[in-house]
Design a protein around this ligand. Sequence first.
Ligand code: FAD
Length: 423
Amino acid sequence: MTGPGAPSSGRGLPIEGTVVVVGASLAGWRCVETLRSEGFEGTISLVGEERHLPYDRPPLSKQVLAGTWPPEKAVLADKRRSSELRVHEVLGRRAVGLDVAGRSVALDDGTTLVADGIVIATGATPRRLPGTEALTERDGLFTLRTLDDALALRAAVTASEAARVVVIGAGFIGAEVASTCAALGCRVTVLEALDIPLRTVLGPMLGEHCASLHGAHGVELRTSVAVQGVRRAGGRRGLVVDLAGGEVLEADAVVVGIGVVPCVGWLEESGLTLENGVVCDDRLFAADGVAAAGDVARWLWRHPDGEELIRIEHWQVAAEAGVAAGRALLAGRADAAPFSPVPYFWSDQFGIRFQVLGNPRGDDEVQLVDGSLEEGKFVAVFGRAGRLRAVMAIGRPRQLMGFRPLLQAGASWVEALAHAAGS
Ligand SMILES: Cc1cc2nc3c(=O)[nH]c(=O)nc-3n(C[C@H](O)[C@H](O)[C@H](O)COP(=O)(O)OP(=O)(O)OC[C@H]3O[C@@H](n4cnc5c(N)ncnc54)[C@H](O)[C@@H]3O)c2cc1C
């Protein structure tokens, strides 16, 4: 017996069964592809709030905002591919509830989709700046998550010569937006609450290096800044940003890049554990027959040095989790493989690509093992409690990837330094 109400057997999906994937983006799409490539013959419904078929987000702050790529180039799945994979597209529809016992998803048009397996891949949404709820893109206030956001932001920052852009937050998205807008000829100011951007992720030395790139490319970076609020400029076009101490900055566009929150609102009544994401076991199951993947999932990550609940907001992990969730549903909870990736992310800013393997933290010990900051090309290793935790590189992709097996195996700090010395 399968389907709603079926006893939890731990066995996988029936090959002719039904899957509902909620969230039509990277993780959801990779899951759909995997189900088909692994032989699933049943019905797959792909539910997405956006009207678009799945597309890639990394180009939004880079090529799409710059105007060097048409939006179509960011597509992950076109109509032809979707129909080849026999996907039942439910786009422009929002999931509003999940009944775990009944294995069903309620949609905002009052309909319900019943399934043998459900994948939660609803990603994350930008955190809003408190007090700015009444302001919209039309006023010049932006966040950047969707293709529509990117196109609207591009229209605003290219509407006038040397538009004044204020970016709030010097994290990866904020820095990429600043970099792209500066290249478009905008006058860009970045406001950062921390004393050193990215210090909580990369530590002070590499954070300082990132900070130096802004100034070197004509962007004004202001650190330890407290933003009090953003308001309309009163009669004039644009916005005013109020800083602590009374200073005001005028802007044609304000971009808020202060992080994201997982999209779990629709799951509040589901009974699933929601704590900074959908809490899952080590195989990405949130409940029998219900898996989660991508930016929304907080799963039990087992690594060589232990285990931790972790949620990662990067492309590669979301893509791999989509694949893993598809396989996990097919295998069933008891037989699925643990999801234990070596995390990877990159960021392109100011003509430079940062690449990071592992899970760096701002309080890790950091040592340069190749190149130098002055040269702008280097490899840095991150250690914690005697073990290698992460590696960051600029301009050294091959050397970076050489550390992958060490991270996979849980190499010690001493082994990592020896590897660096020998490579
Ligand atoms: C501008 C930008 C640049 C980036 N650049 C990089 C980069 O350079 N390197 C890197 O490693 N990572 C980058 N990332 C991160 C990467 O894109 C994400 O990790 C990835 O998109 C996560 O995929 P996902 O499928 O989990 O979630 P998402 O891509 O967030 O997709 C979730 C989808 O679910 C939909 N949804 C939400 N709620 C519901 C609901 N209730 N019902 C139906 N649908 C719903 C959303 O509308 C969305 O389409 C970037 C992200 C952004 C926004």
